[in-house]
Design a protein around this ligand. Structure first.
Ligand code: FEO
Length: 399
């Protein structure tokens, strides 16, 4: 259903209620997503971003409700990833003479995806295109989250269209932030930031400063996924600034996998120790928990404890995806430690400790390990381990 944002500006995107995995199988999307495309009717007719390729017919049908797609003069491609540019070939078949506006990096990535000789126009930060009663103003936003990412601002209408930034994978029947469940919305915003934008946090903060310094009035922020920020639109900008600082909460997450419950019993005893110090925590079996949800807990927590049984002289393989992400997402200001039970060789806790260290986590206690099932006094030691780490967790984080 087409939705008018402002006079002459329409959402012509698609709601994907069924999407459960994104970026291939890399990112879970429990609440689906939307692919937002915006049509601007002025002296020139502009489409900003398209939708994922399988939904091209829906996009074209939506555009037709407002105008014949053959009349589109300009297609702004803020980012070449297929969830936004995937329907570009279908659109361009309708308006082959339209200009395709891209960032400098987009001038490489968009042809790189589609191998078409469309009429490209490359823009840089501050460039403007007059479309009649409004101008399009462009702001390059490299690594938010791809090198080609760009924001488009529509003067007069005062709408910032920042592509992936400020988005959420959140399918809803409504288009605006003031119409949806706020708890769900913020959960999805945080999951999106933690899983996609964390490694670019320094750039997020700088880019936000740069955009705010332009002094452009912002009535709406219309990202390429999820709802449009209409009520207090800058709230998401301020939240991004806060998240970009990566100041953790006084909380902990105890991640583990286990073969015969010995490491699970250690994890729970460590959790009991944390609880005794009043530190909120979760005990999470990585073998049965969604990795992207776990990463939200990691993002929020000051303390990350990881335990594994030993198999084949190392940790259980189920530990590895999250360990890879903890390193790749470049979390800051984390402390942690490792633990685990073993039967004969017992290398896993020390290896996990090294992985945490390699991911930039400050190790605050040597790894603990116990042979076979932990005895009562060994579970006491786990609780003491949890208590000690709980006390360290409560100390102010020097950020
Ligand atoms: Fe970077 Fe929504 O794609």
């Amino acid at each position: 259903m087409v939705v008018q944002l402002k006079e002459g500006v329409y959402w012509v995107g698609v709601t994907d209620w069924e999407l459960r995995l994104f970026h291939g199988h890399e990112l879970s999307t429990h609440r689906g997503s939307t692919y937002n495309s915006y049509l601007i009717m002025d002296k020139k007719i502009v489409l900003v971003d398209t939708v994922w390729g399988p939904f091209a017919d829906d996009l074209i049908a939506n555009i037709r409700e407002v105008v014949d797609p053959a009349k589109i003069d300009i297609v702004v491609t803020n980012h070449s990833e297929p969830d936004h540019a995937g329907s570009l070939p279908a659109i361009m078949r309708h308006c082959p003479n339209a200009e395709v506006v891209v960032s400098k990096m987009g001038a490489s990535s968009v042809p790189g995806h589609f191998h078409e000789n469309w009429k490209f126009r490359t823009v840089k930060t501050g460039d403007r295109i007059n479309i009649g009663s409004s101008e399009l103003v462009f702001v390059e936003a490299p690594m938010l989250h791809w090198p080609d990412s760009m924001f488009t601002y529509v003067t007069g209408r005062n709408i910032l269209i920042p592509n992936d930034a400020f988005g959420q994978h959140y399918a809803t029947g409504f288009r605006f932030n003031d119409e949806v469940d706020e708890t769900e919305l913020w959960e999805e915003c945080l999951k999106y930031y933690a899983n996609i934008l964390t490694p670019f946090s320094d750039r997020v903060a700088k880019k936000i400063d740069e955009v705010l310094a332009l002094g452009l009035p912002v009535d709406m922020i219309a990202p390429s996924h999820g709802v449009i920020w209409r009520k207090n639109p800058l709230q998401i900008v301020h939240k991004y600034r806060e998240w970009a600082k990566q100041i953790p909460e006084t909380r902990a997450v105890v991640l583990f996998d286990t073969m015969w419950d010995a490491t699970r019993r250690m994890a729970e005893a460590i959790g009991d120790g944390l609880a005794e110090t009043g530190v909120p925590h979760k005990v999470v079996n990585l073998a049965v928990t969604d990795r992207n949800d776990v990463l939200v807990d990691v993002f929020r927590s000051r303390t990350v404890l990881v335990g594994s049984s030993t198999i084949n002289n190392g940790p259980l393989p189920t530990i590895m995806p999250v360990m890879t992400d903890i390193k790749g997402l470049k979390f800051k200001n984390k402390i942690g430690a490792a633990f685990g039970s073993y039967g004969w060789s017992g290398e896993a806790p020390r290896q996990v400790e090294e992985m945490l260290r390699g991911a930039g986590v400050e190790i605050v206690k040597d790894a603990i390990k116990f042979k076979w099932q932990p005895k009562p006094e060994e579970l006491d030691a786990c609780r003491a381990f949890g208590r000690e780490i709980g006390e360290i967790t409560k100390k102010p984080c020097a950020v």
